[in-house]
Design a binder for this molecule. Structure first.
Ligand code: HEC
Length: 105
């Protein structure tokens, strides 16, 4: 097998594995609800940001990091993005992370 084919296969396999592992431990339906109540007003119903400076999840902005990095980021907040520590439980943040990953198209 040539190296290009191996790289292409890895590029397909890695996101599939990430999706498979988050789907197993998170609840997408709950994630969608949490997103609609807490995040949608800036990040848009389909992930296309309505607030100019907010990350565009539809384009994958901010999503190329691990679940644990995203967890810390969402707990802490940054600039106009509020911190959700004490507002959302850890499991709820994992649910919303699983959901925002589905918005990347
Ligand atoms: C008041 C508007 C607002 C709300 C509500 C909001 N965000 Fe954000 N979000 C932003 C802005 C603005 C940025 C860009 C911040 C920056 O430049 O660091 C951002 C960036 C992000 C990023 C990208 C981080 C990175 O490392 O690039 C993630 C992930 C994120 N928000 C998740 C969420 C989640 C999940 C929620 C709901 C639980 C949420 N945000 C609610 C405004 C908001």
């Amino acid at each position: 097998m040539n190296i290009k084919l191996i790289i292409i296969k890895l590029l397909i396999l890695i996101p599939t594995l990430i999706l498979a592992t988050t789907a197993a431990s998170s609840d997408l339906e709950k994630g969608r609800n949490i997103y609609q109540k807490n995040c949608q007003m800036c990040h848009g119903h389909d992930g296309k940001n309505t607030m100019a400076t907010a990350a565009n999840f539809k384009r994958g902005k901010g999503l190329f990091q691990s679940d644990s990095a995203l967890l810390e980021r969402i707990k802490k907040g940054d600039k106009a993005c509020p911190g959700y520590l004490g507002i959302l439980k850890e499991q709820q943040i994992f649910d919303v992370i699983a959901y925002i990953r589905t918005l990347y198209k």
